[in-house]
Design a protein around this ligand. Structure first.
Ligand SMILES: [Zn+2]
Length: 164
């Protein structure tokens, strides 16, 4: 998984939110939601890894969240497993990443943001995924391999921080 802002640094596309004192979520500050996308041209995992950091310390992620932005039917075909497919479409913690004490708040926030009607983040994520994949060149076999292997790979590589 590669940070979108590393590939497209001029877009200033990272979502940020301000949390004011007295909010029931997180703590006062500015929080960035760094999107990461899969770097394998042969993989069509249709996922985004969202790394949440407080603006004054982006070296220590507060949470790392995976979200499959397509429909459950797609993942069911792709992963051949109904349970995993439903897990994919609900935003969830990236298993191999360390999560902070604030991780649940971050997850709640991501879920609220991707499902909020007036917000186009989900459409934007799908669009960025396609845009990012287009930079990787055509798949080697003339089509996306339907392999769930990459996902495991995602989690293992996920131990690096956005700055790596
Ligand atoms: Zn992938």
């Amino acid at each position: 998984m590669i940070a979108y802002i590393d590939r497209f640094p001029d877009e200033h596309g990272t979502r940020s939110i301000e949390v004011s004192p007295g909010s029931p979520f997180l703590f006062p500050g500015t929080f960035h939601f760094f999107e990461h996308y899969c770097n394998d041209p042969d993989c069509d995992c249709r996922t985004v890894l969202i790394v949440v950091c407080e603006a004054t310390d982006t070296s220590k992620p507060l949470a790392a969240i995976v979200w499959g932005f397509d429909w459950a039917d797609y993942y069911q075909k792709w992963m051949a497993d109904e349970e995993s497919a439903h897990w994919m479409v609900a935003a969830h913690f990236a298993p191999e990443w360390p999560q902070s004490d604030w991780a649940q708040d971050c997850l709640d926030m991501v879920r609220a943001m991707v499902t909020h009607d007036g917000d186009d983040w989900d459409a934007q994520i799908a669009e960025r995924y396609r845009k990012y994949k287009a930079t990787l060149g055509p798949p080697s076999q003339g089509g996306h391999a339907a392999t769930p292997l990459c996902l495991k790979d995602v989690y293992i590589r996920g131990e690096s921080t956005p700055e790596d």
